[in-house]
Ligand binder design. Structure first.
Ligand SMILES: [Cu+2]
Length: 222
């Protein structure tokens, strides 16, 4: 990804162009064309640049297939916020987006630096019980667990989050979650073709970024 920041207005312009192109291609004589979605009806309303995760930092894309990765669940900043921290290829990551190929093997060590048990659940991925993070394999404070599994799912966005019984909401609400981008050949080609805008990933990211940004305005379970 070449541009870490893409303005929302620019994104919406691209979307509008995309919608217009689709409408023309699908036009049938004699059939009333449906109104195109009004995506740019509120000029000036999206001045805040949208963070598009890059190759490091917050939600950065961390290649996690076929090599060991260490995630550390720990406090992050103030107000009780939590995060998964990682370091790879000389870069620091916060809540990294784990990029794995469909069919690849994954080996992730989760170190628990919280003052309570945690466990990682790989939401949406087909998983065996030992690795599923269903609460049977709780990781105590200052302990770790080695997850090892093969990605059997097709290309899509998934996510990972804690799943300790009774503490799932409390830990997740404080920011302890991240994305898993499962890729296949088609997805890689699509990303290469879109390069600058990276729209498919962007929509999933937008929801997550908004949640992360607004998190402190909502009370988390104690
Ligand atoms: Cu889940």
């Amino acid at each position: 990804m070449t541009h870490p920041l893409i303005g929302r207005r620019r994104l919406l312009r691209a979307l509008a162009a995309l919608g217009a192109g689709t409408a023309v291609a699908g036009f049938t004589p004699g059939v009333r064309k449906a109104a195109a979605p009004v995506l740019c009806a509120t000029p000036g309303a999206f001045d805040t640049p949208l963070l598009v995760p890059g190759s490091g930092g917050r939600m950065g894309r961390l290649p996690a297939g076929g090599r060991p990765v260490v995630l550390r669940a720990a406090s992050y900043g103030r107000d009780g916020a939590l995060a998964f921290a990682a370091r790879a290829d000389g870069r620091d990551y916060i809540d990294p987006t784990l990029v794995v190929g469909s069919g690849s093997s994954v080996a992730i060590r989760l170190e628990n630096r919280l003052d309570e048990p945690t466990v990682a659940h790989w939401h949406g991925l087909t998983m065996d019980t030992a690795n599923d993070g269903n609460g049977e394999a709780l990781i105590g404070p200052d302990s770790s667990f080695d997850y090892a599994f093969t990605v059997r799912n097709r290309a899509s966005l998934y996510w990972y989050h804690p799943h300790p019984h009774g503490r799932t909401a409390a830990q997740t609400c404080r920011g302890l979650f991240g994305l898993i981008a499962v890729e296949d050949d088609d997805e890689v080609k699509l990303r290469a073709a879109l390069s600058e805008c990276d729209l498919p990933s962007l929509f999933g990211m937008m929801m997550f970024m908004q949640y992360k940004t607004d998190r402190t305005s909502r009370p988390c379970p104690p």
